[in-house]
Design a protein around this ligand. Structure first.
Ligand SMILES: [Zn+2]
Length: 392
């Protein structure tokens, strides 16, 4: 049985321990010690990492009464020196308590229960039993931060089951070891938990919700706590600073500037469409005036959008004409074949397939419109003639 020294002193970063056993598994070494400061993964909190006698600890997990330390190489000594990756542990303790504060607050404010919690890198995620809207979430976030300013001590207690049932925001699992380990933050949270937490709320520093998504009838809330929250805010600020510089405004003017730019882009698009139509309309009319059953046209100095636009002008003009349009750009040859939607007598796909194969390209569509790109524009005329013959 490994003694869990991490419960005796959450802030112990180094310790000496006796090696009880060491076994090799696929080139890795499983070591059991008489006592440990390495917290194993569990309850949503990732395991501690660090070194045992200068050998890297790559995983720590619990198996029955024992804590298994997985090492990249064997240790030589019977008595070893253990050193935690302290920054990692401290940040997990900040994140874990931050999660408690938020969960306790959203429960007391809105009677929303939280189930699964997971710490993944800088992210903490919590699932709620019912949907939590942004207003409720932000209220809970604000209250959690108030608890941080009050710097409330975190207590670990082992009360009897009656007291647990009367006070806990959620009950321990049926098979939980007794007595139940309760993590209590006076006035904020009271919950069964086997994880590790900083010793007072002030050490969490900050809780900031970053996003929310729908999840299994409830919400999945993502947040940052402690040093991870600071890192996140610093990177957000860096992006905001760049946007302020590009848009020549303060952070509170960014949204207004973006809305104004969007409306300018929309107006330009409308103007551009009108210009394209003015220049394409006569081309469509002259192609339709030819009276050909199959209209073939290669557009010079044009792009895919213009070809699609001309295609639309011709096919939507209520004629039964079949149109084979193409344009060449630096990226290859674009072809679009089709007819008016109402023209059920024609299926352009067999002709399109032949043409796109000659052009060594890819594409597809339906009976009245097929389009694609070919990488062999030298064969464009050959491809169009073959397609025309197919459709005559
Ligand atoms: Zn906890």
């Amino acid at each position: 049985m490994t003694h869990k020294t991490y419960y005796d002193d959450l802030y112990l970063r180094e310790i000496d321990a006796e090696v009880i056993s060491q076994t090799e598994h696929d080139g890795k070494y499983n070591i059991i010690l008489d006592q440990t400061i390495f917290y194993p993964s569990g309850g949503g909190q990732p395991c501690d990492l660090g070194f045992i006698d200068d050998v890297e600890v790559i995983d720590v997990h619990e198996s029955g009464d024992e804590i298994i330390h997985v090492l990249s190489a064997p240790v030589e000594n019977k008595r070893v020196h253990c050193v935690l990756n302290w920054d990692r542990r401290f940040e997990f303790m900040q994140q874990h308590l931050g999660e408690h504060l938020f969960a306790g607050c959203i429960y007391s404010l809105h009677d929303i229960h939280t189930a699964r919690m997971r710490i993944e890198g800088d992210n903490v995620s919590i699932d709620t039993d019912i949907p939590a809207d942004m207003n409720k979430i932000l209220e809970a976030e604000a209250l959690a931060n108030e608890a941080i300013y009050k710097n409330i001590p975190v207590e670990v207690i082992y009360p009897d089951m009656e007291e647990v049932k009367a006070n806990a925001r959620k009950l321990p699992p049926e098979n939980a070891e007794t007595p139940i380990r309760i993590v209590k933050v006076e006035g904020v949270d009271y919950v069964p938990c086997c994880g590790l937490h900083v010793k007072s709320t002030g050490e969490v520093g900050l809780v900031k919700v970053t996003s929310v998504e729908n999840h299994k009838g409830g919400s999945r809330i993502y947040m940052r706590c402690g040093r991870a929250a600071y890192r996140w805010l610093a990177s957000v600020h860096e992006e905001v600073r760049k946007a302020e510089s590009e848009l020549v405004c303060g952070y509170d003017g960014i949204n207004e500037k973006i809305l104004s730019l969007k409306s300018q882009i929309h107006a330009l698009k409308v103007e551009n469409e009108k210009t394209i139509e003015r220049f394409l309309k006569p081309i469509a009319e002259s192609l339709l005036a030819s009276g050909e059953k199959v209209i073939v046209h290669v557009m010079s100095n044009s792009n895919q959008d213009e070809a699609k636009h001309l295609f639309k002008l011709i096919t939507e003009s209520n004629h039964d004409a079949i149109v084979l349009l193409a344009c060449e750009t630096s990226e290859g040859a674009f072809i679009i074949f089709g007819t008016n939607k109402a023209n059920k007598k024609v299926d352009v796909r067999p002709a399109f397939k032949k043409a796109i194969n000659i052009l060594e390209g890819r594409g597809g569509g339906n009976s009245f419109c097929a389009q694609g790109w070919g990488k062999n524009p030298d064969k464009l005329n050959e491809a169009l003639e073959l397609a025309k013959a197919e459709l005559m």
